[in-house]
Write a protein that binds this ligand. Structure first.
Ligand code: E4P
Length: 217
């Protein structure tokens, strides 16, 4: 399973990319707004650092506006994936952009039918928001299970990008279900590096080694 970072922060991206576990980045208007500055320039820099798929979202909500903006975003860098919300206009824009060879990530997916429709029009990725479903007492990961089953049945090439991830358990479940990508905030990736038994084990190894060295003198 690929790990994407769900952020617009270059600082977070630059700190995690050297580990070799980050395959791409997803941004959205809320994340980019937090960064301030020139969104286009930041997006270009993100592409240069991550050297993998970088989702950049359109702001327009009408078909013609989404297509025009999508074409412009795609010119920023070869790694750009145009992110389009799941609406009637968004689906039509996905159909057009995908037909031109532009990769599209259909976002704000909250049902299996939305995922199926996005896949039918040639989306490269669908982004089901598991955390936001959990927030309203719905089963976020249950939706991933349904989409995996449907995409497998019809051999869609569209990748399932698990979004709105809130904890490492979402990562574990996504991987067990065979989702293609999990996009995570940096804080969730950091949580995966914490295990008390690893810390205790390492401290003991080093302590034993130091004791043996001290005994030699
Ligand atoms: C996905 O691409 C979105 O940017 C993101 O995962 C939304 O997450 P949130 O529900 O934590 O805002």
């Amino acid at each position: 399973m690929k790990f994407f970072l769900d952020t617009g922060s270059l600082k977070e991206i630059e700190s995690l990319v050297p580990l070799g576990i980050i395959d791409g980045v997803t941004t959205n208007p809320s994340l980019m707004a937090k960064e301030g500055g020139d969104a286009r320039a930041i997006t270009k820099k993100i592409c240069q650092v991550v050297k993998g798929p970088v989702s950049a979202e359109v702001i327009a909500t009408d078909y013609a506006g989404m297509v025009a903006e999508g074409r412009e975003l795609a010119k920023i860098d070869e790694h750009i994936v145009v992110k389009v919300p799941f609406t009637r206009d968004g689906v039509r824009a996905t159909h057009t952009l995908a037909g031109e060879g532009i990769r599209v990530n259909v976002t704000l997916i909250f049902s299996a039918t939305q995922a199926l429709i996005a896949a039918k029009v040639g989306a490269s990725y669908v982004s089901p928001f598991v955390g936001r479903l959990d927030d309203i007492a719905s089963d976020g990961m249950g939706l991933i299970e349904q989409i995996v089953e449907i995409f497998d049945a019809y051999r869609f090439k569209t990748e399932i990008l698990v979004a709105s991830v809130r904890s490492p358990m979402h990562i574990v479940e996504a991987a067990r279900m065979g989702a293609h990508v999990c996009t995570c905030p940096a804080s969730v990736i950091e949580q995966c590096f914490k295990h008390p038994l690893t810390d205790i084990g390492l401290a003991k190894f080093l302590q034993d080694w130091e004791k043996s060295q001290a005994a030699k003198v």
